[in-house]
Design a protein around this ligand. Structure first.
Ligand code: PA5
Length: 440
C-alpha cells in the first residue's frame, strides 16, 4: 500500500487550478521534450534494465558473500546515497550476527579520521571493494579508492585484489573505466542517460543491496509498480503528480523549505537521498524549495520550537509507515512511580501514533502545512515504490518550476576552487587568484 495525502497542506481547488500546468510538465517528462531529456533512461529502467548485467550483479553478490566479511562501497552523492538509504532502512538497528556481508561506505567524505579508522578496521577482515563513479574522476572516491586498493593489494597480492574489486562506472569514459580495463576488474555500467541521483535501480544501488543479502527483485518490482501508477493514474488519484503539484502550490505561497519528517530513524537516510534528489534537481536559477529533514520525536526536542513558532517558511511532509515489524506493550506497576500506568495495555506503536497526530495538529495550528506519504511496511518492495515515486515526482515538479531536473552546474564551482588550491595541473591561474583572495 502506498498513499499520498495532501489535504492538510493544500486544497483540492488549489491543485485543480494548476492541473493543466502539471499535465504539461508530466507530458514534457514522459515524451522527453524538456531540458535534460538525454538523462531520462531511469524512467523505463525498471522494465528495460540490462538483464545480462542483472544476472551478473546477483552472481557478484554471491561471490562477495562467499569470500568477504565486508564490502566497502566507495562513492559520493548519487553514487552512494541510494544504496545507503535502502540498506539503512532494511537493516536491524543492532548487529544480530546474521549479516551476510557488512556494507561499509567510503569516499563520501574527506575525513582523515574516517579513512584511517576504516583502514585499521579492515586490516584483519576479509573484504572486497565496489568503487562507484559515473564520471570515474570524482576526487573523494578516487582518493578513498587509492588508500583502500593499496590495503587490498597488501593483503591479497595484486592478482587476487583485482578479483575483489568491482567497478561501477561509465561504459567507456573516465579514469576508473581505463583502470578497470587495464587491471581486469569486473565492471558494471551506469548508463549514459541515467544521472547519479536517479541511478539507484542500476548496478549503483543493486550490487551493494544484493551483496548485503536483500531482495533486489522485490525492489525492482516496487519500482515497476510505482512507474505504472505514475504513468497511468488520473491527476487527482496520482500520488506522484499530486506531490509535485502540492510542492508547487506551497512554493508559490512562499513555503521555501520542505521538511521530510519520519518517526522511524531507520528512514533517516531515505531523507538524505531525497534531499540530494530534490536539492540538486531543483536548486538552480535562484529557484527551488530547500529540502530539509527531521527525525521525530527526537528532533521535536531540538527543532520542534522552530517548526512550531519560528519563521513561517516551511511545510512538512511526514513519511509514515503503517506497520511496525516489532511492538511492545506497556505494563502497569503497583507503585506507578513513573506515572505511566495510564498507558498500561498500550503499545509503543500506539504511543508513537498519538505523538504523530498530536504533532501534526500542533504544527497545523502553527501554520505549517502538512502532507503525508504512507507506506504499509519497510521492505524492498515498498522502498522501490517510494524511491521511484520521488524520482518521477521530482522530474514533473522541476519542469513545473521551469528548471532542468538532470544537471548540477553549481557543483562544479567548489571543485574548481579545490583543484586550484590543491595545485592540480591546469588550474594555475585560478590558484593565483584564490591565493590573492585568501591574502597569501
Ligand atoms: O547526482 C549526481 O549526479 C551527483 O551527485 C553524482 O552522483 C556525484 O557527484 C558523484 O559523481 P560520480 O558518480 O561521477 O563520481
Amino acid at each position: 500500500m502506498f498513499k499520498y495525502n495532501y489535504q492538510k497542506a493544500v486544497s483540492r481547488e488549489e491543485l485543480q487550478k494548476i492541473q493543466s500546468d502539471v499535465q504539461k510538465a508530466y507530458l514534457t517528462l514522459i515524451t522527453k521534450q524538456g531540458a535534460g531529456n538525454d538523462f531520462l533512461g531511469w524512467l523505463k529502467w525498471p522494465f528495460e534494465y540490462d538483464k545480462e548485467e542483472y544476472t551478473r550483479i546477483k552472481a557478484a553478490a554471491k561471490k562477495i558473500q562467499s569470500d568477504s566479511e565486508c564490502l566497502v562501497v566507495i562513492g559520493i552523492g548519487g553514487s552512494y546515497l541510494g544504496a545507503k538509504a535502502v540498506l539503512s532502512a532494511l537493516s536491524s538497528y543492532f548487529d544480530k550476527g546474521n549479516k551476510k556481508v557488512e556494507i561499509i561506505f567510503a569516499g563520501c567524505n574527506l575525513s582523515a579520521n574516517y579513512q584511517y579508522e576504516l583502514l585499521e578496521y579492515l586490516r584483519n577482515k576479509e573484504f572486497s571493494i565496489n568503487v562507484i563513479s559515473k564520471s570515474g574522476t570524482t576526487t573523494e572516491p578516487a582518493i578513498a579508492f587509492n588508500f583502500l586498493k593499496n590495503l587490498l593489494i597488501e593483503k591479497y597480492g595484486e592478482a587476487e585484489a583485482n578479483q575483489r574489486i568491482y567497478a561501477t562506472t561509465d561504459k567507456a569514459r573516465g579514469a576508473l573505466k581505463g583502470e578497470a580495463n587495464q587491471k581486469g576488474y569486473q565492471t558494471f555500467v551506469i548508463p549514459d542517460d541515467i544521472g547519479g541521483r536517479y541511478s539507484v535501480f542500476t548496478a549503483v544501488g543493486l550490487l551493494p543491496i544484493a551483496a548485503a543479502g536483500y531482495d533486489i527483485d522485490e525492489l525492482m518490482q516496487g519500482a515497476r509498480d510505482s512507474s505504472l501508477a505514475a504513468y497511468s493514474k488520473p491527476y487527482l488519484d496520482n500520488p506522484a503528480l499530486l506531490y509535485a503539484a502540492t510542492r508547487k502550490v506551497l512554493l508559490d505561497k512562499q513555503k521555501n523549505v520542505e521538511i521530510l519528517v519520519t518517526y522511524e530513524p531507520k528512514l533517516s537516510f531515505i531523507s538524505e537521498w531525497w534531499k540530494q534528489l530534490f536539492g540538486e534537481s531543483e536548486g538552480k536559477d535562484q529557484k527551488g524549495i530547500f529540502p530539509a529533514s527531521l527525525v521525530y520525536s527526537t528532533d521535536l526536542h531540538s527543532m520542534g520550537q522552530f517548526v512550531q513558532e519560528g519563521a513561517r517558511i516551511m511545510s512538512e511532509t511526514v513519511l509514515k509507515v503503517s506497520s511496525s515489524e516489532y511492538d511492545l506493550m506497556l505494563k502497569a506497576t503497583k507503585e506507578n512511580a513513573d506515572g505511566l500506568n495510564y498507558l498500561a495495555g498500550k503499545t509503543l506503536t500506539y504511543v508513537c501514533e498519538q505523538a504523530t497526530e498530536g504533532t501534526i495538529l500542533a504544527h497545523l495550528d502553527g501554520g505549517v502545512p502538512n502532507a503525508e506519504i504512507e507506506i504499509s511496511k519497510i521492505d524492498e518492495y515498498h522502498l522501490g515504490y517510494l524511491l521511484y515515486f520521488f524520482m518521477f515526482s521530482c522530474g514533473v515538479y522541476c519542469y513545473l518550476l521551469g528548471v532542468n531536473p538532470f544537471n548540477q552546474p553549481g557543483v562544479e564551482s567548489y571543485k574548481k576552487n579545490m583543484f586550484a588550491l590543491l595545485g592540480k595541473p591546469g588550474y594555475e591561474e585560478l590558484q593565483k587568484e584564490l591565493l590573492a583572495r585568501k591574502g597569501n
